[in-house]
Structure formats: structure tokens, C-alpha cells
Design a binder for this molecule. Structure first.
Ligand SMILES: Cc1cc2nc3c(=O)[nH]c(=O)nc-3n(C[C@H](O)[C@H](O)[C@H](O)COP(=O)(O)OP(=O)(O)OC[C@H]3O[C@@H](n4cnc5c(N)ncnc54)[C@H](O)[C@@H]3O)c2cc1C
Length: 366
């Protein structure tokens, strides 16, 4: 069967669905997802944080713009989607320059010193801690609700969502792309590559130059602590990228921030990495984390400069990148989708603080 649309989006993760929602019926859209269910891969495996002081400059600007957008939606729905979860950057002596660099380059951080950090997060051992800074604007977000909203808004504006339809071939016929996706043929003048860890492979199907977008493993463990956990503690993140952890109810969600390159795949946790998570957090706290009650691994897909890759390809017509969201695809989703939708439609995105952001994300930079 042949279906037609103005825009075919490849990938039913947060990137693809937030874009379909932001287009909002101003063009006809079809979303093609390889898996039987939406959001099966990285989008449902995050740490659920939105942190304006985390990531490279364009990501920080997009995150700052996204937080009030999601909040406005929550207010209109009468739903609480955020928990205040300040981001406490903790500095040990492994990487002496990093803390100073962080304070010098990232606005929105308040230096508070090690004693205050331990007062705010009493599970931290005081002795090895050198310094700390806090981002009070960071929040924990209810990701399942956010994903459900993007999906509902996309469907309400007429988006067709076709699951179990992996795009395996593409051909330019006149001014249209003709895609083979499972048993479907889809024709559209514009295709959006929102395929997460598969983006460079999808580009190859279109004869588009890959941009060095590398999937990297990251594992999270949720474990009980042997001391009482206050669910309101901030999230602690090591400046040297050795660990982060935060309360998840009365348990602890933690990661050792591994960064191992991977093939695009359905990534699964490895025992030695889970043990490293527990060891690193236990070494700097009195949490004494026990056997995890849940673990998961996802692939963060990063460009060579760690900022997303967004915009029309500079060589191949009708091919749009919405890729390389790395560890920031939740926190940037609302504003990035609005910026990309406006770009695709030749409209103004209307967001403040994002002038020039598309130039910074251009696929032509690689
Ligand atoms: C452990 C971990 C913690 C994280 N924590 C956070 C956080 O706290 N905050 C934050 O902002 N971000 C976080 N992230 C990053 C965030 O989860 C990702 O940036 C985001 O989910 C990427 O979304 P996506 O839609 O690009 O990818 P995905 O969710 O992987 O979606 C891509 C989809 O494309 C489909 N696809 C691939 N190839 C094809 C094809 N040929 N045809 C059709 N469909 C195809 C796939 O099946 C997949 O469903 C974290 C990531 C990890 C791994």
C-alpha cells in the first residue's frame, strides 16, 4: 500500500513525536517506527532530568527554553509534571581544572562550597569533597507523561503513526522520496531523520553523507540504600563525570557515566558496569547501595562536538536531520521540536533566547 504525506519522519522516539506534535497539522505527517511500540529505545531509558547547566551551549539554551514550555502545558492540563531537583555539581580532586571551567563557562550556577553541599545532601562524605556548585533551576520530569503528550498532540493534529515499519530503502523519484518501510511504501517530498542511534545508517539509505553520529552506552541502576533517603535531595553529579545519583522515591538512581561506543542496537546492562555504579556511589557516600531493583542501558547518540545535528542536508534535497541529541534529548525536546518545525515550514519559531541556534546545529558543520 502507498501512503503519501508532506513530511515523513523516520523514528518514533521523543525526537520524532515531539516534532510531529510541534508541526501541529500545518503539514501532513507520517511517522515510521521500526519497533512494534513507540519509545522502545533511548527515549524510555533516561534519567528523567532537565538541567539547564548540563551540556554544550546550544543544549543549555534549548533546555532553558524547554522547561517553561513543558510547564505551560502541565499547567493547562492541571498536572504536575516536574519535581524540583536541583543539580549539585560535586568536585573532587580527579580533575582540578574542570570545576573552575564549569563556573567560568556555564551561567546559572551558584558556588556553595563543600560544607553546604553536605548539608543539602547529608549522604555525601565530607572529607574527599573539595568544592560544589548548585543549579536550582533543574527539574526531574515525568517522562512517560511527556511522551504521552507528544504522541497525543501528534495524533490530534492528524499525524499517521505506523509502527513495525523499519525504513529499509529510499529512492528519489522526481520531487518525492519513495520509502520502503515494512509492507508500506511512503511518498513524501521531505523526510526527517529522527532515528536515534540509527541516524547515520538511515542517512546511508538516502545516499547522504554520515556525520559521525556515534551511539554511546550509558547504564543506570536503581538500588536501595542502607540509610534513610530523603526524596527531596538534589541530584549529585561529579564534575569529572565519574558518577551521578539522585533519589528515586526512597531508593537511589545512579550511573557511572560510561561512554562506550556501540553499534545501534537494543542495548542491555552489563554486570561489571552495574557494579562500578554501586562502587563509585558507595565510595563517596554513606548510602551503602545494595542489589539493584532495576537496571537499564540506553544509547546516547553524539555528534563530534556533542551538540545535536538539525537542519536540511546541504547536499541531498528533501533530507532533514533531527539527530545527535546525546544525553539531552528529553530536556531539549520541546524547544528543539518547535525550532525544527518552524524551519521545515519556513516559519518563525517565536522562541526567545534561541537566535542563531540552528546555525550552531547545522549538519554542514561536519
Ligand atoms: C541512561 C540514559 C540517561 C539519560 N538521561 C537523560 C536525561 O536525564 N535528560 C535528557 O534530556 N536526556 C537523557 N538521555 C538522553 C535521551 O534519552 C535521548 O537523547 C533521547 O531519548 C533520544 O531520543 P530519540 O528519539 O532521538 O531516540 P530513540 O528514542 O532511540 O528513538 C529513535 C527511534 O528510531 C527508530 N528507528 C531507527 N531506525 C529506524 C528505521 N530505519 N526506520 C524506522 N524507525 C527507525 C528506533 O526504533 C527508535 O524507536 C539519557 C539517555 C540515557 C541512555
Amino acid at each position: 500500500m502507498t501512503q503519501t504525506a508532506d513530511i515523513a519522519i523516520i523514528g518514533g522516539g521523543i525526537a520524532g513525536l515531539s516534532l510531529a506534535a510541534a508541526i501541529g497539522g500545518r503539514a501532513s505527517v507520517i511517522v515510521l517506527e521500526a519497533e512494534p511500540e513507540l519509545f522502545h529505545h533511548t527515549s524510555s531509558r533516561s534519567a528523567q532530568q532537565m538541567q539547564p547547566t548540563y551540556g554544550p551551549a546550544p543544549v543549555r539554551a534549548l533546555t532553558t527554553a524547554s522547561i517553561p514550555m513543558v510547564e505551560a502545558k502541565a499547567d493547562a492540563a492541571g498536572v504536575a509534571i516536574y519535581l524540583s531537583r536541583p543539580l549539585l555539581w560535586v568536585h573532587y580532586d580527579e580533575a582540578p581544572d574542570r570545576f573552575d571551567d564549569l563556573l567560568a563557562t556555564v551561567s546559572g550556577l551558584t558556588p556553595i562550597g563543600a560544607d553546604e553541599a553536605v548539608r543539602l545532601l547529608p549522604a555525601l562524605h565530607r572529607a574527599p569533597l573539595v568544592d560544589a556548585a548548585i543549579d536550582l533551576s533543574a527539574v526531574e520530569v515525568d517522562v512517560p507523561t511527556l511522551l504521552a503528550w507528544y504522541r497525543a498532540d501528534a495524533v490530534a493534529s492528524g499525524t499517521a503513526i505506523v509502527a513495525s515499519s523499519r525504513v529499509t530503502a529510499a529512492e528519489r523519484v522526481g520531487d518525492l522520496w519513495s520509502l520502503t518501510a515494512g509492507t508500506e511504501t511512503v511518498e513524501a517530498p521531505v523526510v526527517v531523520n529522527a532515528a536515534g542511534a540509527w541516524v547515520d545508517r538511515v542517512a546511508g539509505l538516502f545516499g547522504v553523507r554520515p556525520r559521525g553520529l556515534t551511539p554511546k552506552r550509558r547504564t543506570v541502576a536503581v538500588a536501595p540504600a542502607s540509610r534513610q533517603v530523603d526524596p527531596r535531595w538534589p541530584m549529585a553529579s561529579d564534575v569529572a563525570d565519574l558518577f551521578y545519583f539522585r533519589p528515586r522515591g526512597e531508593t537511589i538512581l545512579a550511573s557511572a557515566l560510561e561512554d562506550t561506543a556501540s553499534e545501534p542496537e537494543d542495548a542491555q546492562p552489563l554486570d561489571d558496569i552495574v557494579q562500578t555504579v554501586l562502587q563509585r556511589v558507595n565510595a563517596v557516600t554513606d548510602l551503602d547501595l545494595g542489589t539493584p531493583i532495576a537496571t537499564w542501558t540506553g544509547l546516547r547518540t553524539l555528534s563530534p562536538d556533542t551538540s545535536p545535528v538539525v537542519g536540511f542536508d546541504d547536499a541531498v534535497p528533501g533530507f532533514y536531520w533531527l539527530a545527535g541529541q546525546g544525553g539531552y534529548g528529553i530536556q531539549t525536546s520541546a524547544s528543539l521540536a518547535q525550532v525544527a518545525a518552524a524551519d521545515l515550514l519556513g516559519a518563525d519559531h517565536g522562541l526567545t533566547g534561541l537566535d542563531g541556534v540552528l546555525e550552531q546545529l547545522s549538519p554542514a558543520r561536519f
